[in-house]
Design a protein around this ligand. Structure first.
Ligand SMILES: *Cc1c(COP(=O)(O)O)cnc(C)c1O
Length: 391
């Protein structure tokens, strides 16, 4: 499959599985902006449709630029195969639809991306696929949360936006006892900082919109897992529901992947410095950012570029603070070169009912900061200035 297994992550991120000799010696992966592929004869077309001859057929089924992105992601996540989608939610929904049937149960982390929560409600309403939440803190708790209807476990770690970390090897150990596959949304850390498949999880999902693309110019998703799982979803849910990735977006994502390690190093460095400053500021009540120690060292290399914090003071002062910022943009999404701040209770997690939101640890005063690639002191000065202005 690859000739780069001997190389380190940074080298694989640049070169991937790309062979210029297969593409007129083009250094960079060409953009195959085509909807369909021609057959030299009726017989050849029939053989390609039957899967008896390799080659492309139609871009909803596969496209060379998209396939190049998929093979790079599989290599970086240390999975057998990857499958790209038109958004992170297209990947999440394909995974949950692919691994469940009517009447099944999904066990989730207590804290999920807002639209993933919305999707679970939809699956429940339309197909009676139920879900429940677990903190996944102890073997006993996990065992008690799995029922004979549990079709999969769906986890975010660190959880968006509270940055709570779940012990993946512990979950995997109990899930294996019950033969239940574990899906991990690895959007926040990327394979550079965390490789859930290497820890025994079964499927990794990304909103590639975030750090994978990294430049705020594409909406995309991807999943990585065993050939068996991926082919199952490719040939059914993706083919027939059709949430595919466009070739140009795949091209942008390949471009993004090449600088992923460099960007992640700087995102982490900047975030660590901002966390230290926020922690000692009198107007800041709590800072949420995973501390790497003990077991976590085995699971994640570093804590990533996203953090959350709560201000001292009223909900009104949260508004004042946000409106005082000038370098930092008020926007959802994360993992971009620009530093972005958002208010989960009224934005990304507004769809979650207030009671459940509180249980997830999302108060009306919680803010999520995606630390960008600007010089860290410029980011801090903007935050400090706004903090000093609030009453
Ligand atoms: C953004 C996000 C998603 C959804 O991805 P889209 O690309 O916006 O569809 C899913 N999970 C997490 C953790 C996210 O941050």
């Amino acid at each position: 499959m690859t000739n780069t297994e001997k190389y380190r992550f940074e080298t694989k991120a640049v070169h991937g599985t790309y062979k210029s000799s297969m593409h007129h010696d083009s250094l960079v992966t060409p953009l195959y902006q085509t909807s369909t592929f021609t057959f030299s004869s009726l017989d050849q077309g029939a053989r390609r449709f039957a899967g008896e001859e390799s080659g492309y057929v139609y871009s909803r089924l596969s496209n060379p630029t998209v396939a190049e992105f998929e093979s790079r992601m599989a290599e970086l996540e240390e999975g057998e195969e990857a499958l790209a989608f038109g958004s992170g939610m297209a990947a999440v929904s394909a995974a949950l639809i692919g691994l469940t049937k009517a009447g099944d149960h999904i066990l989730c982390s207590k804290g999920l991306y807002g639209c993933t929560f919305g999707l679970l409600e939809l699956l429940n309403e339309k197909y009676s696929i139920t879900h429940s939440f677990s903190t996944f803190l102890t073997v006993e708790e996990i065992r008690a949360s799995i029922t004979d209807k549990t079709a999969c476990i769906y986890i975010e770690t660190p959880i968006n936006p509270t940055m709570h970390v779940i012990n993946l090897p512990l979950v995997v150990a109990v899930a294996k006892e019950h033969g239940v596959p574990v899906i991990v949304d690895n959007t926040f850390l990327t394979p550079y900082l965390q490789k859930p498949l290497a820890l025994g999880c079964d499927l990794v999902i990304h909103s590639a919109t975030k750090y994978i693309g990294g430049h705020g110019d594409v909406v995309a998703g991807v999943m990585v897992g065993s050939t068996n799982l991926i082919q199952g979803i490719r040939k059914t849910v993706q083919k027939d529901i059709g949430g595919i990735l466009a070739p140009f977006d795949a091209w942008l994502l390949i471009r993004g992947l090449k600088t992923l390690p460099v960007r992640m190093d700087r995102h982490c460095e900047n975030a660590e410095k901002i966390v230290e400053k926020l922690k000692i500021h009198p107007k800041v009540k709590t800072v949420y950012y995973p501390e790497i120690k003990g077991r976590l060292e085995k699971q994640m290399e570093r804590s990533g570029g996203v953090l959350a914090f709560e201000l001292n003071g009223s909900e009104e002062s949260v508004k004042e603070f946000m409106n005082e910022l000038s370098l930092i943009s008020i926007a959802v999404s994360l993992g971009d070169t620009e530093t972005l701040i958002q208010h989960p209770a009224s934005m990304t997690h507004a769809v979650v009912p207030e009671g459940i939101r509180k249980e997830m640890g999302i108060s009306n005063k919680l803010l999520r900061l995606s630390v960008g690639l600007e010089f860290w002191e410029d980011i801090w000065k903007d935050l400090e200035n706004a903090l000093d202005k609030i009453s």
